[in-house]
Design a protein around this ligand. Structure first.
Ligand SMILES: Cc1cc2nc3c(=O)[nH]c(=O)nc-3n(C[C@H](O)[C@H](O)[C@H](O)COP(=O)(O)OP(=O)(O)OC[C@H]3O[C@@H](n4cnc5c(N)ncnc54)[C@H](O)[C@@H]3O)c2cc1C
Length: 542
């Protein structure tokens, strides 16, 4: 596609940018997406991954709750293999003022949320006695007097971003990763005619023209709009998560932090996450990192409902920045999660649009809204169909036993493959049938077979080991790559010329990226253990 033929340039490959590219390409627009880093490498991949209605927004943002529940239902239908149910339990502790009354009130509140549950196949709220609570989650603090429950869903966000980009590509869109938009091409009256974009791998810069340019850069949206003299006013909020190397609970637990905020302990795949903080953030979103204080704040809160939490190993802490719409005054938690599409014509930058605010759970709806507005500018009347078309692999969820038997892999490995690839698992199985050596397990923690890693490298824009982690979770488990990163580096380097030096460079970059998430949670024996891993991975350096 020549640059002059483009209808739409999308800046940003988070869930919103990838979602817009998919919707626009499905409607027949000629689209190019530019992402400076990797799909889901910004806020999207640093979220809690909840495709929920946001029970806590029910009071203040009822419309957001309803729309998110509605969209959650659509997302479940588009990619059933990517979602997993997470029932939430809110234990009430006897020393909480008015605990008994709270037990009743919380149940009434969750019942009010029940009216939206059918939209997302959620179960109704339940009120648990102390005995019932301790039976389902024995690790809960014995001071609990009972609990209430509500039902939610989570998703593999990195895969969600990738699948949107793959579907956009299947409908003709160009997807350019590691491409940074550094400025805008302007007409004599300031009209935005396209972007100045640099390929960060070659250093080469070029101008690309399109009829509309859409800034879907999440927390970067204000900075990007500013390059065109336009304004997107956000109130960015930093949030962190702690990741344990195993499942500590089968249900998510809600706890109250020292400042009254609610935080949670959530089973996520074979890990457990604690989330999250929400603090005004003024720095560069690319530099955001968890601090020791934030780690202590979350552990202190969770300890009130799950006393043994400090006995388990935290493998990493990740951080992201919410692109929340600006309002002066409210506490971070109380800011609206609604979204807004900005048309920058009034800023003298006709041809440029941006998006701010919103939630992962309503990304499809937000992308549809954005694409509707782009289409109306372009005079295209075709309506969006993303709610009614499966994402790649979402057409069917193969039975685990069938995949395990056909590929000759164990059922656990097959279940993880099906979770990530859905119907595309058949293509990985076909690889194994043609080349049985690819059945070998590359990453044992997850597990990931060589065939799946190769499939991702060949079809899903994998350039680095971190990209491979985001696509398959290879190197993302309890050992954080200690056992598989070297082999994965050699595999990937094989696709990039096979130079041994390159394999070492890929490995070194991976270790540095992991260190960034591991360093905030190191304590006691953690540092020497991590140094040992780093030494083992770099042993060939002598
Ligand atoms: C801690 C936390 C927890 C959250 N949990 C949930 C949750 O459970 N459920 C929920 O519904 N929502 C949640 N959210 C909100 C949700 O994650 C965001 O609304 C959503 O991910 C925003 O997606 P995005 O595509 O707009 O932004 P991003 O994912 O940040 O994507 C923007 C992309 O633009 C790229 N970019 C920036 N500048 C340039 C440039 N100059 N050139 C090219 N590319 C550029 C970036 O690299 C980035 O990849 C959470 C957010 C946080 C921070």
């Amino acid at each position: 596609m020549s640059a002059t033929e483009l209808d739409l340039i999308v800046i940003g490959g988070g869930v919103n940018g990838a979602g817009i590219a998919r919707d626009a390409a499905q409607r027949g627009l000629r689209v190019a997406l530019f992402e400076q880093h990797d799909l889901g490498g910004g806020t999207s991949g640093a979220s809690s991954g909840m495709i929920h209605g946001g029970v806590r927004y029910l009071e203040t943002d009822r419309d957001v709750t309803r729309k998110s529940c509605e969209d959650s239902g659509f997302i479940q239908a588009m990619a059933p293999h990517l979602l997993f149910r997470i029932p939430f339990i809110w234990p009430l502790l006897k020393w909480t003022p008015g605990a008994r009354r709270m037990h009743e009130l919380a149940y009434v509140y969750f019942q009010a949320y029940d009216q939206f549950q059918p939209l997302k196949k959620g179960k109704q709220a339940a009120k648990l006695t102390r005995e019932e609570l301790l039976r389902v989650e024995p690790g809960v603090h014995p001071d609990a007097i009972g609990a209430v429950t509500t039902d939610e869903w989570a998703i593999n966000v990195f895969r969600l971003c990738t699948l949107n980009a793959l579907d956009a590509q299947a409908h003709g869109a160009e997807i350019h990763l590691r491409h940074r938009v550094e400025g805008f091409v302007r007409g004599p009256t300031g009209h935005v005619l396209g972007v100045r974009v640099r390929d960060l791998r070659t250093g080469h810069a070029r101008d690309v023209h399109a009829r509309v340019t859409f800034n879907a850069t999440g927390p970067w949206a204000g900075r990007v709009a500013k390059m065109a003299g336009a304004k997107v006013k956000l109130r960015p909020g930093k949030g962190i998560h702690l990741v344990f190397d195993r499942r500590l609970v089968n249900y998510a637990l809600i706890a109250t932090a020292v400042d009254g905020r609610q935080v949670f302990l959530e089973p996520y795949g074979q890990e457990t996450w604690i989330g999250t903080t929400d603090d005004d953030y003024y720095g560069d979103p690319a530099e955001v990192q968890a601090t020791h204080d934030e780690v202590s704040y979350l552990l202190e809160a969770i300890e009130t409902v799950f006393p043994k939490v400090r006995d388990y190993r935290i493998v990493r802490a990740f951080a992201g920045v919410r692109p929340t719409l600006f309002r002066y005054g409210p506490h971070e938690d109380d800011l609206s999660r609604s979204h807004r599409v900005f048309d920058h014509t009034k800023d003298g930058a006709k041809g440029l649009m941006s998006m701010g605010g919103g939630k992962l759970a309503a990304y499809r709806l937000m992308a549809e809204d954005a694409t509707d507005q782009v289409c109306s500018k372009l005079g295209v009347s075709k309506a969006g169909r993303t709610h009614a078309t499966p994402l790649p692999g979402g057409e069917e969820t193969p039975a685990t036993e069938v995949v395990a038997e056909a590929a000759g892999i164990d059922r656990y490995a097959a279940a993880r493959l099906v979770h990530r690839q859905g119907a595309r698992a058949h293509e990985v199985v076909d690889r194994i049938k043609k080349n049985p050596r690819e059945r070998r397990v590359l990453c044992q923690c997850e597990p990931v077979t060589e065939a799946e890693a190769r499939y991702a490298i060949e079809n899903e824009w994998v350039h680095t080991l971190e990209d491979l982690r985001r696509r398959t979770n290879c190197g993302g488990g309890p050992c954080q790559g200690a056992r598989c990163a070297r082999q994965a580096a050699w595999l990937l380097a094989g696709y990039q010329g096979g130079d041994p030096e390159l394999a070492e460079t890929l490995l070194a970059r991976f270790v540095t990226a992991r260190w960034r998430e591991q360093s905030p949670v190191l304590s006691h024996g953690g540092l020497p253990q991590l140094e040992l891993v780093r030494w083992a991975l770099r042993r060939s350096e002598g």
